[in-house]
Each structure stands twice: as C-alpha cells, then as structure tokens.
Design a protein around this ligand. Structure first.
Ligand code: URA
Length: 267
C-alpha cells in the first residue's frame, strides 16, 4: 500500500479527509468551526476538527451522508492558492469560497449576498497558474447551485442576492481604493478605480475569488464564490459588527445550501 499523501501547509492527508471531494472555503480560521457546526446542526451530523496550522483550519463534516470539508484560506490570493492546490492534491474537486465583501453599487445593501459569476484579476497569485488573459469564471454547476440556494433562502432572510462581476484585489486598502489607510494615499493608478469599476457594472470588492476561480478552471476543478456584503463603499467606509455578522451569516447559509444541492445532484 502506498503511504497516504500528506500536504504540508494544511497538515492533512488522504486518510484524514476520508475521500471528501467538496470543500467550503472561508477566509477566517474561526469561521471554519462556525460553518462546520452549522452544518452539523442542520444535517444532524458531526463536525470533526482535522487540523489547524497557521491560517489553515480544517473541519470534516457531512451533508446528507456525503463528506464535506471546511478549510479556511487566510486572507488573499497567495494563502488561498496554497489551500486550493493542497486540497486538490488530496483529491478535492469542488470548491466554494464563502466570505465577506464591500459593495460598489448603490443599490446593494448590507446583508445582501453576491454570487460571483466572474472576477477581475487584480491579484498576483492567479497569474502563477494561468496568464492574465485567462478568465476567472465560476464553474457553471457551482454557479447554478449558488443561485438556486440564494433564491431558496433570501426571501426568508429579508435580503437580496446579486449575480455578477467581482473585483478581486491583492490589497484591502490601496487595491480597493481606500483612503482611510495609514498613509491616506492611494497610488495614482488606483485613484478613481472604484468609480470606473462601478461604471463597468462590477458589483463588489473582495480578495480571493480571482485566485479560487482561476486555479479551479486551470486545474480542471469546480469553483464558485459567494460573499456577504458588510459595507457599501458608495455610502460609507466604516464596517460595523452588525454588518459583519449579517453579511457573514447570510453568505454562509447560501454556501451551505448550495453545497447541499451539489451533493444531492451527484449522490
Ligand atoms: N473584504 C474586502 O476585501 N473588502 C471589503 O470591503 C470588505 C470585505
């Protein structure tokens, strides 16, 4: 018997993940536990912590008897790329990023959910997997599952969902044209970018989707992204705890339901 394949950064091996093919990818390691517990409660199953090394915290749980992992990626493309690559090395093939976002269209409210159909690649990590001309697009089956899930849930949640283009940037401050940074300065090449992306009908800023979607497509995997709106940049810059909790929890609900749809279709 060959030894079980081990991946260094995630501190996981094939035996530990028990053949899981599906993963939810929050950014925050503490969110891994919260999501796994929510799944365990909703589907009457267990959540088992498998590993926690640096920003990578992984839980194993089940949806309708199918193994589902929850692995945090940390913030940004380089950290996310390691998580995706190492999970793919272990045989995982379906990836849903679930996180938070800043909206740049005035009609979008805090607590709304954004399903990314494709991302503007303002990151560096994804260019190590595919040239910049290559599109960062969601896999159609994951995208449909996310939309179905949002349709199903959002009526009850009193928020709306939006599907469209996300601007995915390497930095939270200059790369998302934030002036409330330590220097208060944004490089000239980024000045005015939010208005331009808004005019080009992009919906939001976040920091990992371009990496997740590009790597998944390039490696023949299935990727998708759902984020909850925690601030609307056309109105204010301040992120509140209330906004964070609402955006985060709505996105998590949609991501879990989408995962249920995917596993049920493929059972
Ligand atoms: N995450 C981001 O990257 N940007 C925001 O504005 C909010 C969350």
């Amino acid at each position: 018997m060959p030894p079980h394949r081990y991946v260094y950064h995630l501190d996981l091996d094939e035996e530990k993940i028990q053949g899981a093919k599906y993963v939810l990818l929050p950014g925050d390691p503490f969110r891994s536990e919260a999501i796994a517990e929510e799944i365990a409660k909703a589907y009457n199953t267990k959540a088992e912590k498998l590993a926690w090394k640096r920003e990578y915290c992984t839980y194993l749980t089940e949806i309708k008897d199918i193994k589902v992992l929850v692995t945090s990626t940390g913030i940004g493309g380089p950290a996310a790329s390691i998580a995706i690559d190492e999970l793919a090395q272990l045989g995982v093939n379906t990836f849903i990023r679930v996180g938070t976002t800043g909206a740049i269209q005035p009609r979008i409210n805090i607590g709304d959910v954004i399903i990314t159909s494709g991302s503007v690649r303002l990151d560096g990590a994804s260019t190590h997997y595919a040239p910049i001309e290559y599109p960062a697009v969601a896999h159609h089956k994951v995208l449909f599952a996310l939309i179905e899930a949002a349709k199903n849930l959002m009526n009850n949640l009193k928020n709306q969902f939006h599907v469209g283009i996300t601007v995915s940037s390497d930095t939270f401050y200059p790369g998302q044209e934030r002036y409330d940074s330590s220097s208060k300065y944004v490089l000239r090449k980024f000045q005015g970018m939010t208005e331009e992306w808004r005019k080009l009908r992009a919906l939001n800023y976040e920091m990992e989707s371009s990496t997740v979607l590009t790597i998944c497509s390039a490696l023949g995997l299935r990727g998708g992204c759902v984020t909850g709106v925690i601030v609307n940049r056309t109105k204010e810059e301040k992120i509140t705890k209330k906004g964070l909790d609402l955006g985060e929890s709505n996105a998590i609900k949609v991501a879990i339901r989408a995962m249920e749809f995917l596993v049920m279709k493929e059972k």
